[in-house]
Design a binder for this molecule. Structure first.
Ligand SMILES: [Zn+2]
Length: 509
């Protein structure tokens, strides 16, 4: 604990010293567009440079034993990239076992090699900020970020905002800890957020001290508490700003704000939601559009930063451009749960030498569609021709105690039930609760704002919709056994400790 405290003090001193220099020159749209194109053009060389310096020349790199087992020296890798290109080379490496599962990356699966999450830290990073997460689902996560990485990511943020016509928008946040990095990334593009609201009453001391300090040395707004259960306050606040404004928040928070706006007959037509943390679905998007607002969806990971951003000519609700200037992505089939079902899992490789973690074919725990498509939008023009969409998590699911593919349940919770009984996508939540004996109880929560519902009818409709053709197969027998005990409860949805409302939630007692 003391060591953490000293480390935090050293980082804060470093941040105080380096922040003015970092902020002195904002990255312009033009400069960012040029940089992205340069980075795309030099992908192969940049990958090989990162591999040589931070993997092959780093005796502590966890990838070395994997590469050794595969019989791959640096010269072999160079020749492979020259022969089959970057993605081709990554595919060959993955087939030879040079890939890291989500659980291996988190240090939870030590069957092949005993990795710790910190082994993946980039040894060349001098950190200014550390994102630490509690370890309810395993060991605690720590991501140490340097300002040069935030500057590198700001380049992608700048082109993303320009592509979506958001260049002149003001910004606000309704978030917890990631607020600092989100704010600094925006600041580097010359856009300090006008306000930062946080959705849960408790801010950690570190965040409280850190954000106040940033507010005093930079222009970061001091976070203000705005209860997750009072989205109507933001539904009023946003139009009161009387200008185009972009709110960064979780997808379900955006849905709740929009529903409150519709109820109060407020128009959010000058609002764009920058949402993350959970999938953007057709159903959520419909509610957002109903309030007159729009949504742009990035795909990001704490360990990797901003990976992809919404296409301006989308062909799916979450159609996004992979920032292939900063990442390479391939897919491999991955078995999920006990049913034998597989999903096309993403494997991510980082190309930025400033990145907090070195990623070489690492599973982020998500699957989806990965295609090359010329959409013609401004991001496409920069050479960002790879799209990802229908992004869903598979790892979170199994660690929440449910071993099935989420998409079917999402359809039922977000479409079938709201259509039949009223309410919006975020009003139905499947809650798993561990009682004191460790037994999992399954509850289907119906938000009281939906109005009185026949609980037996909701339960019946839920199970029936899952049993429909295409709905039944992915579900494990374990789920059906527990579904027998499924209880419908009228109560507001439960938020995670990060202030997120997920369609599935596990409470440990
Ligand atoms: Zn596009």
């Amino acid at each position: 604990m003391t060591l953490n405290w000293i480390r935090d003090a050293v980082m804060l001193a470093r941040l105080t010293r380096d922040l003015p220099g970092f902020l002195r020159r904002a990255v312009t749209c033009e400069a960012a567009a040029e940089l992205v194109q340069q980075r795309v053009a030099a992908r192969d060389e940049r990958f090989l440079d990162v591999a040589r310096r931070l993997i092959f020349d780093n005796p502590r790199s966890p990838y070395r034993p994997l590469l050794r087992t595969a019989g791959c020296e640096f010269g072999d890798l160079q020749a492979l990239v020259a022969r089959v290109g970057l993605e081709g080379a990554l595919g060959s490496l993955a087939d030879a076992g040079v890939c890291v599962s989500f659980d291996e990356f988190k240090g939870r699966d030590t069957r092949r090699f005993a990795f710790a999450e910190s082994d993946f830290d980039n040894p060349s990073v001098t950190p200014h900020i550390e994102i630490r997460r509690g370890g309810t689902r395993g060991p605690a996560t720590s991501v140490k970020i340097g300002l040069p990485f935030i500057a590198d990511q700001a380049v992608d943020v700048a082109v993303a905002l320009e592509a979506q016509g958001l260049s002149d928008y003001a910004h606000a946040l309704w978030l917890l800890s990631s607020g600092v990095t989100v704010s600094l990334r925006l600041a580097k593009t010359g856009r300090w957020p006008a306000a930062w609201f946080y959705p849960l009453p408790s801010l950690t001391t570190k965040l409280k001290v850190g954000s106040r300090w940033l507010a005093s040395i930079g222009r970061l707004p001091v976070p203000r508490y705005l209860d997750l259960r009072e989205p109507e306050r933001l539904a009023r606040w946003l139009p009161e700003q009387n200008r185009n404004i972009c709110l960064t928040c979780y997808a379900s928070s955006a849905v709740r704000i929009c529903r409150a706006a519709v109820e109060q007959k407020l128009s959010l037509e000058r609002v764009n939601f920058w949402t993350f943390g959970e999938p953007m679905t057709e159903a959520k998007l419909a509610v957002i559009h109903q309030a007159g607002a729009r949504a742009t969806v990035p795909y990001g990971l704490t360990e990797a930063g901003l990976v992809a951003f919404a296409c301006a000519q989308p062909s799916a609700p979450d159609d996004m451009h992979l920032f292939r200037d900063a990442f390479a992505m391939i897919q491999r089939p991955r078995a999920v749960g006990e049913t034998g079902a597989t999903v096309p899992a993403f494997l991510l490789t980082g190309l930025l030498e400033t990145a907090p973690k070195i990623l070489l074919n690492v599973e982020p725990g998500d699957h989806g569609t990965l295609t090359t498509r010329r959409c013609g939008c401004p991001l496409d023009q920069l050479g960002l021709t790879e799209h990802i969409s229908y992004v869903r998590s598979y790892e979170k699911l199994s660690s929440e105690g449910m071993t099935f593919v989420k998409t079917d349940l999402l359809r039922v919770l977000e479409q079938v039930l709201p259509q039949r009984f009223g309410g919006a996508p975020a009003d139905y939540q499947l809650l798993e609760q561990e009682d004191v004996t460790g037994i999992l109880r399954l509850h289907l929560l119906v938000n009281p704002v939906v109005g009185p519902v026949d609980e037996a009818a909701v339960r019946h409709a839920f199970l029936e919709a899952l049993a429909e053709p295409g709905g039944y197969a992915p579900l494990g027998a374990d789920f059906w056994r527990r579904a027998e005990t499924l209880q419908v409860k009228c109560q507001p949805p439960v938020a995670t400790r990060a202030g997120k409302i997920l369609p599935f939630h596990l409470i440990k007692s």
